[in-house]
Design a protein around this ligand. Structure first.
Ligand SMILES: [Fe+2]
Length: 139
């Protein structure tokens, strides 16, 4: 299973959000290390921790985007909502029939989602805020 590592290329230029992204990646690693435990049951608390942290992070990120009048706010929020929904469904499945294979699939799904979300969707607002800062500095 691939391991995700936070790199400077993932920096959105907003310290508390970078900190959250780093923490999400650490929680993902905790999940990876506990997937096989007790035939998949061991993965559950780590999945819950990740899901809860992600929810709090999305809310924080959305508040910052809204306050900064980010033009693609609604689209970004829908992407978060869809992810919260997908994780909630996967958590229900995993709780009903714990399975290390399912947990491993979920791990890979979250890893790929997080990587592309940070590098593509989050980078789009990072560029917007960087340009905004430049414009206001020039005024
Ligand atoms: Fe985001």
């Amino acid at each position: 299973m691939e391991d995700l590592v936070w790199t400077a290329a993932m920096s959105v230029g907003i310290a508390p959000l970078d900190e959250d992204h780093r923490q999400l990646i650490l929680l993902l690693r905790d999940l990876r290390e506990n997937i096989a435990g007790r035939n998949g049951v061991g993965a559950l608390p780590y999945l819950h921790r990740l899901a809860d942290y992600a929810k709090g992070h999305f809310a924080k990120e959305e508040a910052i985007l809204r306050a900064g009048d980010y033009p693609a706010f609604a689209a970004h929020q829908s992407i978060h909502e869809a992810m919260v929904q997908d994780i909630a469904e996967a958590l229900t499945d995993q709780a009903q029939s714990p399975d290390p294979d399912l947990a491993a699939k979920l791990y890979t799904f979250v890893l790929n989602w997080l990587k592309s979300h940070i590098l593509e969707d989050d980078m789009a607002y990072a560029r917007y805020f960087a340009n905004k800062d430049r414009r206001s500095a020039a005024q």
